[in-house]
Design a protein around this ligand. Structure first.
Ligand code: HEC
Length: 110
């Protein structure tokens, strides 16, 4: 009986701990994307000049190289066509690889 009473609070802590940190990551991802002008052309569930993030997530669902492909798309400035005009795609305004991966994972999880 006393054993159970000890184990319970620990289990509760473990269960709730990931939530606040996930929210913090999400805020960091969104602020980095705003700072990098991504939202000028993208939205989560609506097509603007660029595809909706939900559309992108659907396109790459289940693809093993999704993360690597999108990391390239948002860091190497590939050419994209907007209304038939070729433009250089914007890159994230960070040099931090971990931050780039957080953004890509966020997009793929839409
Ligand atoms: C000037 C408009 C514009 C801006 C700004 C922009 N994008 Fe895009 N983005 C596009 C277009 C257009 C495409 C579609 C390219 C294609 O399908 O060939 C695209 C495609 C993508 C893709 C999918 C690539 C693929 O392989 O399917 C991702 C991911 C992406 N953008 C993320 C971002 C992020 C993150 C930012 C901010 C750093 C950003 N975009 C800023 C227009 C933009």
């Amino acid at each position: 009986m006393p054993r159970l009473a000890c184990a319970l609070p620990a289990a509760v802590l473990l269960a709730v701990a990931p939530v606040p940190s996930a929210r913090a990551d999400e805020a960091a991802v969104e602020s980095l994307m705003k700072k990098s002008n991504c939202m000028k052309c993208h939205a989560v569930d609506k097509k603007k000049d660029g595809p909706a993030f939900k559309q992108i997530a659907a396109k790459y669902k289940g693809k093993a190289d999704a993360e690597a492909t999108l990391v390239k798309a948002v860091t190497t400035g590939p050419k994209v066509k907007i209304d038939g005009v070729e433009e250089t795609h914007d890159s994230l305004k960070t040099k931090n690889d971990a931050e780039v991966r957080e953004v890509v994972k966020w997009i793929l999880a839409r």
